[in-house]
Design a protein around this ligand. Structure first.
Ligand SMILES: [Zn+2]
Length: 242
């Protein structure tokens, strides 16, 4: 067992063999396995043949485009995160859409102060947002405001993209899913003050899978509060996050 620090185990039962086989590839140990195979886990940990990852109790959720969001869900589940396809459930939600975020999804997440990551795919690749903290950091609507300033026809285009299926090539899709899942994991693993800076910044994944920085600034015209206080309700929301 193990290659960096190999340990040879002999006279194993078939159940023990099956359990060890399941550990390959970083499969997380379930609570019942932890109880049933405590002797093996203790020995392998002692010899350095197996290193347990952080025990995750975090819950997250995904929504929007099924292909992209289920890719993120699978990656997070493989790292021990409980993920439901019920946007808003858990302490972080990852949503995916074509060019613009589904306003019904983002409105609900903003109203509930749920941190979220938006994956917005288009014909040139995809944009993966920072962790949007409602009222604190730029939101998906801030992006639409910025895009409208650059092109007055953007609202017309965006309206036609809502709930349409993005089509990324397999390379761009894999990189996009990986970047979003890694960012979500970093956020879920960061605690309290550690979350300062864990949200990262927006990134663009191009059609060849290359990743470049594409940050998003808060827009005063959005009214989400990230660009400054716009009223008592937003001030209260911001205070909850600090
Ligand atoms: Zn905003």
């Amino acid at each position: 067992m193990g290659l960096a620090s190999p340990t040879v185990l002999r006279r194993l039962t078939q159940d023990e063999r099956d359990f060890l086989a399941r550990l390959e590839g970083g499969h997380p140990i379930t609570p019942s396995e932890r109880r049933d195979y405590a002797h093996l886990i203790a020995r392998l940990t002692r010899t350095g043949a197996w290193r347990s990852g952080p025990q995750r109790t975090a819950r997250a959720s995904v929504g929007g485009d099924p292909a992209l969001s289920s890719g993120v869900a699978s990656a997070l589940r493989a790292m021990g995160v409980r993920v439901r396809r019920e946007p808003g459930d858990g302490s972080l939600t990852v949503i995916a859409g074509l060019a613009t975020a589904d306003p019904a999804l983002t409105t609900a997440l903003m109203a509930a102060s749920t941190p979220h990551i938006a994956i917005l795919a288009d014909d040139a690749g995809a944009w993966v947002s920072h962790v949007i903290q409602p009222g604190l950091t730029a939101c998906a609507r801030c992006r639409d405001v910025a895009r409208t300033r650059a092109n007055h026809d953007w609202p017309l285009v965006a309206m036609q993209c809502v709930r349409r299926t993005p089509r990324l090539n397999p390379l761009a899709e894999s990189v996009t899913v990986a970047r979003a899942a890694a960012r979500a994991l970093a956020w879920l693993d960061a605690e309290g003050a550690g979350r300062e800076g864990a949200g990262g910044e927006g990134e663009r994944v191009d059609a060849l899978g290359a990743v470049t920085s594409e940050p998003l600034l808060p827009e005063p015209a959005c009214g989400c509060g990230a660009a400054g206080a716009v009223g008592d309700e937003v001030a209260a929301r911001r205070a909850r996050w600090r």
